[in-house]
Design a binder for this molecule. Structure first.
Ligand code: BGC
Length: 753
């Protein structure tokens, strides 16, 4: 009870300490009237309830629901309307009908912008890290944490749910996404959003679609054939929509085949709403709306944040003039209202008196991190470290004395107490490199209390090498900071860290590298070191999880959700498209409050990105098609035990695959079994596709027969003439094993016409 009182008072104190906050604090949200409405009846379906509300809406109320009113806390000094919870997006409610406002907040890896309001948010491992668990249950827990903390902070909609697939391994936002494979990304993100919804918070998937790089994201056109699109990026969304039934889908900034994603009939009306049966609403990315009539008719349902005013008065006029049918506006509103009922935000309104439990958040984050960190190399079993026999450990680089790296941009979570390496006052600056106070040095020391564990910052290679020379083991931490709004120019680690690793490895043969990266990187030193561990951005419990894994208190189970190329030259685009273009002047004109407004800004010129180069052959499929061997294959990850695969059988219809997996080592573990398919020759593909995976817990010596459902969409091709996914006749080869590059078992089934 005491703790609860303490936590309630802490936010208030912090808010007082925040100078600019009191002037901008919102008023209390207007309370819905106590009367009961017929649509309060929970036994009715969300669609029936939405229909009943809709009949009561005036035209102005209908328009009010389909655009937001500001950037809230994102834009210092912006007015905060009543009921706005300092949200990234705010849509006023309709109190007379008991419809609450929608408060949308960024929450890719935890809830954004908490500290400025005296609140706390848990930093989870990066989404890409969580995808490395290949564990839908861990993904669901991830979403539960986000949903729980959004609710506790008074938000009722997550605008996380990033899942653009890793077509561009140097994309600054890959850490917010779930890897390169449609089945893995769709399954993991779908389960994250299921977790969000379990807390009666509205969920979202983004950025739809092909926002696969940040360079020129508002001007580029991602060009791709319909078939390749449906079998790659769009397939990931299709799978996630099936699992999560999300409330919202955020359309992206970029153009697709020449048409802006937020006014792209093929993407929105055809694929998303007709083919994927998406029943929620399409919300524009912030400022990604470019028209009124075109966007409305193409399937955009809500303009956010509404600054440019395409869906305010102009939409009302377009409806009155008959340019946008009233039925289309009604459809927009229906989608929004039914999603509010379906997620439960009306039946279970957010309670402004609740508080985040940081301890539960830390525990959950650590638990997910333990399943997210991947063991990539373990020569001569240098790991797990044996605390009893090690006398000295040299820890080097990446501020491993104080914290772990996080990802920047709109996914940035506020670090408790501020950036662990630069505690300047106020919120983190845009694209700032922020470390969270989870110290690897501290937790490694805890596991090896009798050893001398010291730290060297790694800023001088000679000093780092001399420091490493006399230690029993050297652990070099390297980092790759990533952010929304910028890509890395190359796969190489920044700041000459490759030379640091080489210098240390030369000085000490027992060198282990811990990577804190947003995505895949090249490792020219891979043969020089004994151990490599990919920690991604491991979150607020990251150092604890890492130390548990390094010392073997917990076994490694994670596997790579992305291919690691040896070098940029092996990628479909050896250079990030557009990265060398120079910004030019752009102008947009729109109507705001009946007045013509012109906005000038600098951006790259319009340019095309050819996604037909790889087509649907993203990641491991590209490497297989081109016969290039990667540095590390998709689906790869080591453990402290070993597994043996046998007895693969596939049923004649190709619905399931059964195999036996045995733990042949001395330690308990969980093996991720991967099943791939090579489609009949008529598919015209020279690569295999992931069609199923499962995580199997095994005691030492234990063998289990497991049956996996093969995903029919992943066994299908998109037939352009029929505009449908279909399984084609012919022989399907099924392969199973521990990674995309190691599939010892094979079987087949044949589909007849
Ligand atoms: C990002 C979105 C984000 C939105 C609101 C945009 O710039 O692309 O992912 O949700 O801002 O912060």
């Amino acid at each position: 009870m005491k703790a609860r009182i303490l936590f309630r008072s802490a936010p208030a104190l912090l808010a007082l300490a925040c100078l600019s906050a009191p002037a901008l604090r919102s008023q209390e949200p207007p309370k819905p009237p106590a009367q009961h409405h017929p649509w309060d009846n929970k036994s009715l379906s969300p669609d029936q309830r939405a229909d009943m509300v809709q009949k009561q809406l005036t035209l102005d109320e209908k328009i009010q629901l389909v655009h937001g009113t500001g950037w809230g806390a994102l834009r210092p000094g912006a007015p905060i309307p009543p009921g706005d919870n300092w949200s990234a997006g705010f849509v006023p409610g309709i109190p007379r009908l008991g419809i609450p406002p929608i408060n949308q907040q960024d929450s890719a890896v935890g809830v954004r912008l908490a500290a400025v309001m005296g609140r706390y948010s848990t930093l989870l491992p990066s989404t890409l890290g969580a995808a490395s668990s290949w564990n839908p249950k861990a993904a669901q827990l991830y979403g539960e944490v986000i949903g729980r903390e959004l609710r506790a902070q008074g938000y009722n909609m997550s605008i996380g749910g990033g899942m653009d697939i890793t077509r561009e391994p140097r994309n600054g936002r890959n850490f917010e996404y779930a890897g390169e494979d449609p089945l893995l990304a769709g399954t993991m993100t779908g389960n994250v959003e299921k977790g969000v919804k379990s807390q009666h918070i509205m969920s979202d998937l983004k950025h739809y679609a092909f926002n696969d790089q940040e360079t020129g994201r508002t001007v580029l056109s991602a060009n791709i054939s319909k078939r390749a699109a449906r079998e790659s990026d769009l397939l990931a969304f299709e799978i996630a929509i099936g699992i999560a039934k999300p409330s919202g889908i955020m359309c992206s900034y970029n153009r697709v085949n020449g048409v802006y994603a937020c006014e792209n009939d093929w993407l929105l009306n055809q694929a998303l709403k007709k083919d994927f049966h998406f029943k929620g609403w399409v919300v524009s990315d912030w400022g990604a709306t470019h028209s009124t009539v075109k966007a409305a008719l193409a399937g955009l349902d809500q303009e956010m944040p509404g600054d440019e005013g395409y869906f305010g008065e102009p939409l009302k006029k377009a409806v009155q003039d008959g340019k946008v049918p009233m039925s289309r506006l009604d459809d927009m509103d229906h989608r929004i209202l039914r999603s509010m009922f379906a997620a439960g935000i009306i039946d279970y309104p957010v309670d402004p008196r609740s508080v985040v439990n940081p301890f539960q958040g830390r525990r959950d984050a650590e638990h997910i991190a333990e399943q997210s960190i991947v063991l990539l190399k373990n020569e001569n079993n240098i790991l797990p470290l044996d605390a009893a026999s090690i006398h000295s450990i040299a820890l080097i680089g990446s501020h491993a004395d104080v914290g772990v790296l996080s990802g920047a941009g709109s996914a940035q979570v506020d670090a408790p107490g501020g950036n662990a390496i630069d505690p300047h006052p106020g919120s983190p600056r845009w694209q700032e490199v922020v470390y969270f106070p989870s110290s690897p040095l501290r937790y490694i020391r805890k596991h090896a209390p009798n050893a001398k564990v010291e730290f060297n910052p790694g800023t001088d290679n000679t000093s780092a090498a001399n420091f490493a020379k006399t230690a029993d083991v050297a652990i070099v931490f390297v980092n790759q900071p990533m952010s929304e709004g910028m890509d890395r120019p190359t796969l190489a680690l920044p700041d000459n860290q490759d030379a640091l690793v080489s210098a240390v490895a030369e000085a000490n043969p027992h060198t282990i590298v811990v990577l804190e990266t947003g995505g895949p990187v090249s490792m020219p030193w891979a043969n020089q070191v004994q151990g490599i561990v990919e920690a991604w951005y491991p979150g607020i419990g990251g150092a604890q999880a890492l130390a548990n894994l390094l010392f073997g208190t917990v076994n490694f189970t994670a596997k790579l959700p992305v291919t690691f190329a040896k070098s940029d030259a092996d990628l479909p685009h050896p250079e990030v498209p557009g990265i060398n273009l120079k910004p030019v002047d752009h102008t947009v004109t729109f109507a705001r409050n009946g007045k013509k407004v012109t906005r000038n800004f600098k951006e790259l010129p319009l340019f095309d990105v050819d996604y037909n180069t790889a087509g649907a052959a993203v990641g491991y499929k590209w490497f297989e098609e081109k016969n290039i061997s990667p540095l590390l294959p998709f689906g790869f990850g080591l453990s402290y035990t070993t597994y043996q695969y046998s007895d693969l059988k596939v049923d004649p219809q190709g619905r399931t695959a059964t195999m036996t997996i045995k733990n042949t080592g001395q330690r308990a573990g969980a093996e991720i079994a991967e099943v791939y398919a090579e489609l009949p020759t008529a598919a015209g593909e020279s690569y295999k596709r992931l069609v199923a995976f499962d995580r199997v817990n095994l005691a030492p010596g234990e063998a289990k027969a497991v049956t996996l459902d093969l995903n029919p969409l992943c066994l299908s091709i998109y037939n352009v003439q029929k505009d449908a996914m279909e399984e084609i006749p012919g022989e399907y080869k099924i392969l199973a094993g521990p990674s995309s590059a190691d599939t010892p078992l094979a079987a087949s089934f044949t589909l007849n016409k």
